[in-house]
Design a protein. Sequence first.
Length: 171
Amino acid sequence: MMSTLRKLARLGLGLAATLAFLAPLATRLVLGHEFYQTGSGKWQNFDNVVTFFTGLGIPFPAANAAFVSTLELVGGICLILGLLTRLVALGLSSTMVVALMTADRGDFVSALSGSAETSLTDVVPFVFLLFLLWLILFGPGPVSLDRFVAKWLARGGAQLSAPRSQADRAA
């Protein structure tokens, strides 16, 4: 009986290790798609975003609207590709903190106090912030351009450059 349990445990752990690449990949794909959508939506309705930011009291609303729209659009694409994942996730995290302090402040405070029917999982910027922090801490995973670039750089990047001459190799 104990031997069977050990075999099942080993099998389960092996399966989990084999499929571990899916967690960061799925997180990047879902968040990347959402940020790409919101960024492109902000650009399509730019004047409305500037008006909204103005109403929230965000300084330099037009400049901040352009910055956030671009960060979400380009950042979403980067997350999907797994390119500059930690840096992009850090930038997008800052926008989620601002959203929690401005547009979603009421829902966030209500969820924290437990006085409303709203829970923290109902506050989208908070959920996104948690997943972005996870990507910052644990990285993009093995199925990413970040991993490809890291491997390429670890090999010296020479494999994709022009062949070295005999004199260069001797030096």
